[in-house]
Design a protein around this ligand. Sequence first.
Ligand SMILES: C[S@@+](CC[C@H](N)C(=O)[O-])C[C@H]1O[C@@H](n2cnc3c(N)ncnc32)[C@H](O)[C@@H]1O
Length: 359
Amino acid sequence: MSLAFNDLFSHDSFQAGIFPKTRYQGSKYKLTKWIAASLAPLEFDTVLDAFSGTSSVAYMFKAMGKSVIANDKMNFNYQIAKAFIENRSVTINEEDIQFVFKRDPAFSYKNFISDNFEGIYYLKDENLWLDTVTQNIHRVDNEYKRSLLFWALFQACLSKRPYNLFHRNNLNVRTADVKRSFGNKATWDKPFDVHFLNFIKQANLAVFDNKKTNQAINNDVANLISGDIKADLVYLDPPYVPQKGSLTMYMDFYHFLEGLTLYDDWAPRVDFNSKNRGMLKIKSPWEDRKLISKEFFSCIEKFKDGKIAISYREDGIPGIDEIVAFLRSIGKCVDVKHVDYKYALSKKTDVREVLIVGV
Ligand SMILES: C[S@@+](CC[C@H](N)C(=O)[O-])C[C@H]1O[C@@H](n2cnc3c(N)ncnc32)[C@H](O)[C@@H]1O
């Protein structure tokens, strides 16, 4: 079920769109109504979503009639924020689709995916389709059309992947002739263009104008300068680092989508020694048990002049008590809300999702 926000917020001057259901590690898609209800009593007109991911929370703020800045370090998430947050009216028409699907005899296409990802994620003819469509999307002039087309392409790519991820060289999971206890082979095998057209319809339905200025940015949160950003509220939903178990490494999981957005500059980013042609690792304090607490607190400190809302989980580093204590130490009055929640693919059942609000 896609999320319609009109039953939650009604406005005289605009009607919100319908936010499409997507799968992304740590997405707050299913929690947006709870987050909206928790934040509704706060007074704020402008908001920064500093780790916007799928833009599900940024979109919720847009539907609330706020002026939104959505930021994510990954370029593919930036494209999503362009499509649904910054874009107020541009949609995709039949002519755009024809342009994207058709090989232009006057254009000299590269075969980066076909040449470098054979047998890894998709079949041969699918790789060729991706090479054509990706390069055609890059040739589209209008930045918002481009971002909507990219979003549909990302969703088509994710739909055809076991686990909706790119962490392993595992095309055989899809192609092997075995009895399966998970996933949906029919969805994996559905042609790219069928998926793509379906997602284009959904993308068009999501576009709306909330009569405010909204902006997508593509930066490491460490490089954002608080004085340059006008935000009464800063919402932080950083990568979650559990005390035990494996970490969510966004670049390892989604490097292929990032590559699609950087098609001509993809090669220098690829780790050709890796079996799945992942991207060369760039260390991040947000993905390091020893470094995350310092980074977390310096991020909070940077935005201390406004209201702060933080999504996190009970069993993470830093702990909820430490985050609350830090917020109090910088003069915030703190409220902590909990909800029981089970993430897709998570084996744990008793982890509670937390929203920490400091005003
Ligand atoms: C938990 S997810 C956010 C999910 C998002 N709220 C949603 O509902 O889809 C964390 C996001 O932080 C981004 N990220 C990781 N490190 C970052 C950094 N240093 N600066 C900005 N964004 C970062 C990741 O790309 C990922 O999309």
